[in-house]
Design a protein around this ligand. Structure first.
Ligand code: ADP
Ligand code: MG
Length: 281
């Protein structure tokens, strides 16, 4: 793995990482998906995982959120070792992170507001009125108009669906947020809104964010560091600028081709976000 300088300060390096992955390996039968992965996620950073199709991005994410046990190695999240957790400890931990799944995962039979309030209904003793109030707050935080709360998921556009799913992930005020392909399938305007939202969550709420994305605009705009999976290992970890300077067969292709060059040029010409469609409050 390429070792790269980072912008980390001396004090930050003494803090315990939010996620610590050590010597992780994953096998499905004879198929080795991950071999000896070591990765740390720091507090209040946006870290993206990239890699080709089948490189093990989703599996690694699933391992971090207790949906799949690694074959060997260890994962610590928020100071807790994920191995051999009791049911209660696992539940306590799950309540401290939010997950936005790629396809939203909203319940079609519930309104948007009911979907957002669901984690509160399941895990708190709050009254219905209090739950609706908090759910409305998260709805607006995620950049949706209040009236969207009364709609059903089938009535939403792709961008609104992602925002509603994000609002639900934020319901319990998590410290850590996992986003699987937050801009996949969105038009450029909706995707631009997601850039701003991610930065707002990191900078104003201090959230630590781990995401999977191929969206070069998003990667250039919001990530502090990017981890590149390839050939079963972590090929490199660094900022986009650092990665763009590497000569690595698993990394370089991301920066080649028209899309990569355009996104890179845009980053170097301007630090403005791409065409914002709406501002998070
Ligand atoms: P990515 O998200 O990077 O496209 P995945 O993590 O989904 O990759 O998958 C990595 C590899 O692991 C793929 O070859 C996939 O077929 C395999 N894989 C993932 N989940 C399972 C599973 N539950 N059983 C068997 N193989 C799996
Ligand atoms: Mg995947």
């Amino acid at each position: 793995m390429a070792s790269l300088p980072t912008r980390e300060s001396a004090s930050a390096s003494t803090q315990e990482p939010v996620i610590g992955i050590r010597e992780l390996s994953t096998r499905f039968g004879a198929h080795v998906v991950h071999h000896d992965i070591n990765l740390q996620v720091r507090r209040a950073e946006v870290l993206a995982i990239i890699g080709g199709s089948g490189s093990g991005k989703s599996t690694l994410l699933r391992e971090m959120i207790l949906l799949h046990p690694p074959s060997s190695g260890s994962i610590k999240v928020l100071g807790v070792d994920l191995k051999n957790l009791s049911r209660d400890d696992a539940l306590d931990l799950r309540l401290r992170w939010g997950v936005m799944f790629q396809h939203g995962g909203l319940f079609g039979s519930l309104t948007v507001l009911e979907n957002i309030g669901l984690p509160l209904r399941e895990h708190t003793q709050l009254s219905d009125a209090e739950i609706d109030e908090i759910a409305s707050e998260k709805l607006v935080l995620a950049g949706l108009k209040p009236e969207v709360g009364a709609q059903y998921p089938a009535e939403l556009s792709g961008g609104m669906m992602k925002r509603a799913s994000l609002a639900r992930a934020l319901a319990l005020d998590p410290e850590l947020l996992f986003l699987d392909e937050p801009t996949a399938g969105l038009d450029p305007q909706s995707a631009a809104g997601v850039d701003e939202l991610v930065l707002y969550l990191r900078d104003q709420l201090g959230l630590t964010i781990v995401m999977i994305s191929h969206d070069l605009d998003l990667l250039w705009q919001v990530t502090d560091r990017v981890a590149v999976l390839g050939d079963g290992t972590l090929q490199a970890v660094g900022s986009m600028v650092e990665l763009s300077q590497l000569d690595n067969p698993w990394v370089t292709p991301f920066f080649e081709g028209a899309r990569g060059r355009a996104a890179q040029a845009a980053e170097h010409l301007s630090t403005k976000p791409r065409e914002p469609s709406s501002k998070p409050k």
